[in-house]
Design a protein. Structure first.
Length: 619
């Protein structure tokens, strides 16, 4: 009876994971509660996952990885190495793969991609190469790099825990290196032609500039079609009134982005103009030039009701300029902000995002998949992968770039995206990371203690501005997911379900030898990861793989390695991993692109690994 209950809960859990309407951590907790209420697990067994060393280690690793990002250490190393490629496309491609894999070996793959995105886009633009050639391989490389070390990806920690429980204690920090090197090598060799053939033609670079400019972004979002210059004459009803009192956005669905007015320092020889970002407390004056964003019909109604004038579209406030570039890059500029998969802004309307209140920037448009949303922006709910076009003062956009938890600033006009600053705490973060790795390699103390000590040191030495900032670097959804799913594997063992499944596998495949069983384990993991998180897959299948190996009387190492590699090397779907989803918008990819490029890579990777894993970890 308990086997049937556990199996039913497992199937329902997987179905909800695949549907994706409810967050994965909530689904996992519901499964955990159901296992407890049904009597399969005791309350103590149900909560045991949250005290598991894997979960505690994940929390510590998020903090250490956050310190590496916050201090600018990883960004500095990555950009310095990438600069060695120059304009050579092949060299740049290989360096991107190697650098991303190297960083991904020590910090989360989502954080690695978030870090590398703006650097790679800037480097590609400078080399006049389509960023789409690099961004999907960038996401894949972050997953491949996770196979290089014990801490690179959660499934590695899961199988180490499973082996440790069974009495196998010789999985070390660098035991994964041969497998990781194979993954990265196969990925580079296969992706060089695949990305060149299938990713560049659709997204061929058209710009000849060596950087992304405001004009590029304005053209991309078609701002010129919805941006109007309005003069405030003496008899205008808006004179000497604050924008907050005029409530223009609510009345007309028109946004006042900038106000330009003659500076008191204006001379006879040069017309000097002050460029000001429109804020709620700004008071409009006679002869102000308003830069208004909205449809022509709404602009016309606004002008008519307030006795304003639409100005000549061919002249500029600045001496010697035309208005072809309506949003001039002076004090105020525009940039793109990519929303991360775990951002707290997801499902919030733009008007509740607080970009204006917290950072003094306006949201002008939303790039979503292959369309650009420019009207009724304030009421549109933000989704993961959206690219928000924001406008504000350069120093405010610079503040946006310092945030890594909820978004990534994709493009900065001029060369801002390529600038790298080394924070004074970067050497401290580097020292702590090196000491942590050395302590784990030398087995000075248990790995979880090494990680916790490193996490505490990053906080005490000031690698974060505050302890709260350290907590914010933790992906609590991932922590709760694995903490709630670990007791599921306990239920498998307690009810005998894992033994039942493994016996069936052995019965059906033992005549074909251990290679066939290994292939079965790998294929199951590789297929499941198309639909649910790789961590959840590893938690579910690791005990089955272990039991299968023990039943057949062979070493469990190649089988557990098949679990982690099969679960982590998933490329055929944009939603199978967070890094895959993160580059959709920036690379303008479709599901078909992942299928064409990722599926062959995933299949070939699987075939090669099935035959090479037993050579590295013999049966």
């Amino acid at each position: 009876m308990e086997i049937a209950i556990t199996l039913a809960i497992l199937i329902i859990t997987i179905v909800f994971f695949v549907i994706g309407k409810i967050r994965s951590d909530i689904v996992a907790i519901c499964a955990l509660v159901t296992l407890t209420v049904s009597g399969v697990l005791t309350p103590q067994e149900s909560l045991s996952g949250f005290s598991n060393s894997v979960v505690i280690m994940m929390v510590g690793l998020f903090v250490v990885g956050g310190a590496v990002f916050q201090t600018g250490l990883a960004k500095t190393i990555g950009s310095k190495i990438l600069s060695l490629a120059g304009d050579n496309e092949l060299k740049l491609f290989i360096l991107i793969m190697l650098v991303t894999s190297g960083i991904g070996a020590f910090v989360s793959n989502t954080g690695t991609v978030a870090l590398m995105l703006p650097i790679v886009i800037s480097m590609a633009s400078k080399a006049n190469i389509s960023p789409a050639r690099f961004l999907m391989p960038l996401a894949f490389a972050s997953s491949m790099g996770g196979m290089l070390t014990l801490i690179g990806t959660p499934p590695n920690l899961v199988i180490q825990e499973e082996l440790s429980k069974a009495g196998y204690h010789d999985i070390t920090f660098f035991s994964f290196i041969p497998v990781g090197i194979l993954c990265v090598s196969i990925g580079i060799i296969l992706l060089i032609p695949l990305s060149k053939i299938f990713l560049v033609k659709k997204h061929a670079a058209k710009k000849k500039d060596n950087h992304i400019t405001s004009k590029d972004l304005a053209h991309k979002y078609q701002l010129s079609d919805n941006l109007f210059r309005i003069l405030v004459p003496e008899n205008a009803s808006v004179c000497n009134k604050k924008l907050v009192d005029l409530n223009i956005t609510e009345k007309y669905d028109v946004s006042i982005l900038e106000v330009r007015r003659s500076s008191p320092s204006a001379s006879l020889f040069m017309k000097t103009v002050d460029q000001k970002l429109a804020g709620p407390e700004m008071e409009l004056k006679t002869n102000d030039i308003l830069y208004a964003f909205g449809t022509y019909e709404n602009i016309e109604a606004f002008i008519k009701d307030n006795r304003l004038k639409l100005t000549n579209a061919h002249t500029s406030e600045y001496t010697g300029e035309t208005s072809s570039d309506k949003l001039s890059v002076r004090e105020i500029g525009i940039a793109e902000v990519l929303i991360l998969p775990e951002s707290k802004l997801i499902n919030k309307p733009v008007k509740e995002s607080n970009f204006r209140a917290n950072y003094a920037v306006n949201v002008l448009g939303i790039g979503r998949k292959k369309e650009y949303i420019l009207t009724h922006i304030k009421d549109i709910k933000i989704q993961a992968g959206d690219a928000l076009l924001v406008q504000g003062k350069w120093e405010k956009i610079g503040l946006l770039k310092q945030e890594h938890r909820d978004w990534v600033v994709l493009s900065h006009p001029t060369e801002e995206a390529a600038k790298v600053t080394l924070d004074y705490k970067a050497p401290t973060a580097a020292g702590i990371l090196i000491c942590m790795v050395a302590a784990m390699v030398l087995n000075v103390c248990p790995p979880v203690i090494c990680v916790l000590i490193a996490a505490i040191l990053t906080i005490l030495t000031g690698c974060f501005r505050s302890p709260e900032e350290a907590y914010q670097t933790i992906s609590w959804e991932s922590v709760v997911l694995i903490g709630a799913m670990l007791p599921m594997s306990l239920a498998f063992e307690k009810t005998g379900l894992s033994e039942l499944i493994s016996n069936n596998l052995v019965t059906n495949l033992q005549d074909f030898g251990p290679i066939a069983l290994l292939a079965g384990i790998y294929i199951i993991n590789s297929t499941l990861t198309l639909f649910i998180s790789n961590t959840a897959v590893a938690v579910l299948t690791a005990p089955i793989a272990l039991q299968t190996a023990l039943t057949m009387g062979v070493s469990p190492y190649p089988f557990l390695m098949a679990v982690t590699v099969g679960a982590s090397m998933c490329f055929a779907s944009p939603f199978s991993t967070a890094p895959n989803a993160l580059v959709i918008s920036a690379g303008k990819y479709s599901f078909k692109d992942y299928f064409i490029v990722g599926l062959p890579l995933q299949i070939l990777m699987g075939i090669i690994m099935i035959f090479l894993l037993p050579l590295i970890f013999p049966f």
